[in-house]
Design a protein around this ligand. Sequence first.
Ligand code: PLP
Length: 454
Amino acid sequence: MTINLPTDRKAVLAADEHLIQSFADLNSLKDQDSLTVITEAEGYYVKESDGNQLIDGIGGLWCVNVGHKRKEIIDAISEQLNTLDYYSTFYNFTHPTAAKLAAKVAELAPGHLNHVYFANSGSVANDSAIRMLHHYNNRLGRPNKKKVLSRIGAYHGSTHLSMAMTTPAYSKGWDSASELVHHIKCPHFWKEGGDMTEAEFLDSLITDLKVNIHDIGAENIAAFIAEPIMGAGGVITAPDGYHVRMAEVCAANDIKYISDEVVTAFGRLGHFFASKDVFGITPDIITTAKGLTSGYQPLSATIISDEIHEVISRPGETFLHGMTYSGHPAAAAAGLANIALMEQQRIPEQVRVTGKLFEHSLKELASLELVGEVRGSHFMIGIEFIKDKANKTPFAEQDMVGMKVAQAAQKRGLIARPLGNCLILSPPLILDEKIIASIYDILRESIIEVSSSI
Ligand SMILES: Cc1ncc(COP(=O)(O)O)c(C=O)c1O
């Protein structure tokens, strides 16, 4: 059956009046001029409704890791739908595709992380992690051990619970399950380090964790959740050794460590998972999504340790957690084909070269007057703009310099993501030297243009 889609901009916008965008200023969208209508995509390019081609500098939304329109994944999804379109993994049902993907994810995940619960978004992967840990503690007769430590600057999703774990700035004017969560310090040295050396700053973060555990009581804390590199909080990297030391304190206090690898897994930092291979920790739970299918299907995974699984699968109680689309065959097929493609084409290994080139090249932008800091790693980069570089005076929130630079970049053919006075780049992992050079040139020209107008 052919679905007759609206293709010209005017027809799309007429239909779009019924669509609610995510994280958008709904009032300003009533004037539809600012909407970008994307109709096609291939490789690292997307096309607008008028045929204009743009470099996808944000990989859809940190997710199209292998690039757009990969036939291998599209064919695998189609073949799967022709064989088994849907069946659930409720009760005693399973199917080959979800089972095989669970085994593959367990093989790729570090150490004792061998049991996988699938859902359809990073938010639900994080909700699932907390629900499972609450049940785990109930099973162990510790009904008070329920609170979660998260961090200022974190982004863990947009459901009621995952938003509570996200930095409070994201829920201004909204409610969340905030009574369950306590936010500890942001590990951003450039912004929060003051007069300290980086080593002193790291010590202060560890002390902050210990003080919070002491005040709240380890017997009341189920988990600490952390992204290896904070993403939507502005691409914030912690000082070297931070995760290892935080994990040691958590383990000493019987607090489970959840590593939110919704963005950092599946090649973005040069490995299938970053927790162990990049940051040297084996968490109790890893959550992931996005690059798991490179965005071709909505799929997330909550990967739990043998020990947690052993407790929640003891006789006596049922696993009362379930989503209709958990392990959906088409999504699982996309995951398997995506991982196979990454393995065959050695994409994570390639990223260790091209991602480093991207990082080093964008870090050169730090010499521009408007740029305060370029941070991040490999294909996960944040650029922070600053009013007065010498005194580190920030722009006001309403200055929206990120948006101004993003608009200047889009005019030149590059989509970048504005975030307050920052700009975020998280492109597909298949960029070559030439396109990396083009992205650098576009960003440089755009920043210079905005500098001269503010
Ligand atoms: C680190 C992290 N965790 C969780 C999420 C939520 O994922 P989703 O948007 O699929 O719910 C995101 C989304 O960007 C994320 O960056």
